[in-house]
Design a protein around this ligand. Structure first.
Ligand code: SF4
Length: 294
């Protein structure tokens, strides 16, 4: 995305009092030549929290130093295994030793520069191939990075077959297909792709449900637009199956406390016409069940 367009989006975020901006989506953010300028701009205009997630394959000392100096608040680095065989069978094309050393090097650099930021989360996505390594992984990295998170594998709204057994550690199961909540993503985040398009959510990697574009609309216009309102109302009615993308998605069945999910339809009836209350209630219902990485 051109720098000017990202600055327009960030200005919109500032006026909407957005608390956190993430500088990644489906690609690798360290490939972006304007990444550091975008983060600096966000910090200069007062965005409270800036964040990105990287596979760390390009996290060299030079890039690491520029990230630290940009003012980035938090970063997730991904390593899904404790040995090269496991890791490289999951992250096809990456080299375990490079990623391992880059993460260690970045932590050393932070120390050398006496920088408390960015806060570094090390993420491990559990799959059938690596689930047995979770305990060793935690032991290996505990005290080295700032935080460790074991993330549940997701099906990308049904596009990828989940190869994780629900009983395996770290996996949050769909315990009952009858109990759902409206998808909290619709109230929490807005995604802007590199061409300015706004997809429905972070799982809509093909932008099959396009809500608009920042090329010719403001974030506020899209956030308050009729299309997103309609989709939210379908979710509140429990009719999210009417949206093809949401039909196969496990998020409504895995978000929030299972007990709360049982009483959710009744609660949503009460909230249906209370637009202002919806965001607050959705945030409260799902707090702690998403990776709040900032
Ligand atoms: S339910 Fe729909 S909006 Fe929510 S994460 Fe899944 S695909 Fe996205």
């Amino acid at each position: 995305m051109p720098l000017e367009l990202s600055q327009k989006v960030l200005d919109d975020c500032k006026s909407l009092r957005v608390r956190r901006v993430s500088f990644h989506m489906h690609g690798e953010p360290l490939l972006d030549p304007y990444l550091y300028e975008r983060i600096k701009y966000a910090k200069a205009i007062g965005i409270p929290r800036t964040y990105l997630s990287t596979n760390a394959s390009l996290l060299t000392a030079e890039k690491g130093e520029r990230l630290i100096q940009s003012g980035l608040d938090s970063i997730t680095v991904c390593l899904d295994g404790t040995d090269s065989e496991t890791f490289e069978s999951i992250r096809i094309g990456l080299d375990f030793d490079t990623v391992f050393q880059n993460i260690k090097g970045f932590m050393a650099l932070k120390k050398k520069l006496h920088s408390s930021t960015p806060h570094v989360l090390l993420q491990f996505v559990a799959t059938k191939k690596n689930a047995a390594q979770i305990m060793d992984f935690k032991a290996q990295w505990s005290g080295v990075v700032d935080d460790i998170i074991i993330q549940n594998a997701i099906s990308w709204a049904g596009d990828v077959e989940l190869k994780v057994d629900a009983s395996e550690p770290g996996h949050q199961s769909c315990d009952n297909q009858k109990h759902y909540i409206a998808c909290p993503n619709l109230w929490r985040w807005m995604i802007v792709l590199s061409d300015g398009s706004i997809p429905l959510c972070c799982l809509d990697y093909q932008c099959s449900e396009k809500l608009g574009s920042v090329e010719n609309q403001s974030l506020a216009q899209i956030w308050n637009g009729d299309r997103l309102k309609h989709i939210k109302s379908l979710h509140l009615k429990g009719a999210f199956h009417e949206i093809p993308l949401c039909r196969q998605c496990e998020v409504p069945y895995t978000s929030g406390n299972p007990k709360l999910r049982r009483s959710f339809p009744a609660l949503m009836k009460l909230l249906y016409h209370q637009q202002k209350l919806q965001s607050t209630v959705m945030a409260a219902l799902t707090r702690g069940f998403f990776t709040d990485t900032g």
